[in-house]
Design a binder for this molecule. Structure first.
Ligand code: ADP
Ligand code: MG
Length: 298
């Protein structure tokens, strides 16, 4: 397998409640190759299998038949504990209905995945979560609980949370479903900047052609089957983030990466990391800082 393949689905089928009168064939043989740095939109009407497909790509659910391969590893038969690891390390997921923790504030919801990795002190996670909320335009709502937020605000918290650990793959289920057009396009612009500047891979399922236009590749799902040929009207124009939008995102990311660096130094000092791990992780962060510097100079 060529190593620019990030995720591969082979012959994936999903049958809910098999053998009962309620049996549903939600996916009927899906083959999909996702390459590193892809930005894929999967479009389809309600009930076509979008959420089922995304859940299987994100290892939240298992196929009835077929294989799921992530970075060359066949994870189809992994245990829940193994999958939880993969999700924590590699995948940021934006659920269709957000799944925020109702007893935590917006800020704490975004902090949580960082704290679960054990890589951040509470203070570091707090600072970084605040910057992420800034990116989605919610810094003034940081201390509100989900029930004090509008649907669109909750959705943006969920997006900030998905970005928290700088995952290689960001999977989004109808990420603009609760957003007005302007906010929706700003969120997609944010995703596009992250994709273009850091090579983060995005897979977005949506029924909104405006969202799909942000993507580099569009697939269509109908009745559990995936199709490549997009209708012409979707290809006619692509949405581009403006120069200012891009610079804004990059500036906030500069601060986020500095927090990462501080957290890493602290862990190295406290003996939490081997010399080797420290060097490797520091290299990664420095490389991203370099990318930002170049991005800002452009
Ligand atoms: P979409 O996200 O495109 O609206 P879904 O993936 O949610 O579609 O659903 C695809 C089909 O599978 C639908 O017919 C839906 O009713 C059915 N389905 C989804 N989840 C379940 C489930 N947990 N149990 C039974 N049927 C389900
Ligand atoms: Mg859905």
């Amino acid at each position: 397998m060529s190593n620019d393949i990030a995720i591969e689905l082979i012959g994936v089928e999903k049958v809910y409640e098999p053998g009962t009168p309620a049996e549903v064939h939600a996916l009927r043989g899906i083959d999909l190759v996702v390459r590193r740095g892809d930005f894929i939109a999967i479009m389809g009407p309600s009930g076509s299998g979008k959420t089922t497909l995304l859940n299987i790509i994100g290892t939240m659910d298992k196929p009835t038949r077929g294989k799921v391969i992530i970075e060359g590893e066949d994870v189809t038969d992994y245990t829940e504990a193994q999958l939880a690891h993969i999700r924590r390390d590699k995948i940021g997921f934006v659920f269709q209905f957000f799944n925020l923790i109702t007893t935590l504030t917006a800020l704490e919801n975004v902090m949580l995945p960082m704290l679960l990795t054990g890589k951040y002190s509470e203070k570091e996670a707090r600072e970084k979560a605040f910057y992420l909320l800034t990116l989605v335009g919610l810094e003034e709502r940081a201390n509100h609980k989900p029930r004090e937020l509008s649907g669109g605000e909750q959705q943006r918290v969920a997006i900030a949370r998905a970005l928290a650990n700088h995952p290689a793959f960001v999977l989004m289920d109808e990420p603009t479903g609760a957003l007005d057009t302007v906010t929706g396009s700003r969120i997609m612009a944010l995703c596009k900047v992250l994709n273009e500047e850091f090579g983060q891979t995005f897979i977005v399922v949506t029924h909104d052609p405006g969202v799909a236009r942000t993507a580099k590749k569009i697939y269509h799902i109908r009745d559990g089957r995936l199709f490549k040929t997009p209708p012409k009207d979707l290809l006619d124009y692509a949405w581009e983030p403006g120069r200012e939008e891009k610079r804004r995102v990059m500036r906030v990311y500069l601060r986020i990466l500095r927090e990462d660096l501080a957290a890493l130094r602290r862990r190295a000092r406290s003996g939490d990391l081997s010399e080797e791990e420290y060097r490797r992780m520091k290299q990664t962060i420095l490389r991203e800082l370099e990318l930002i510097k170049r991005g800002l100079e452009r």
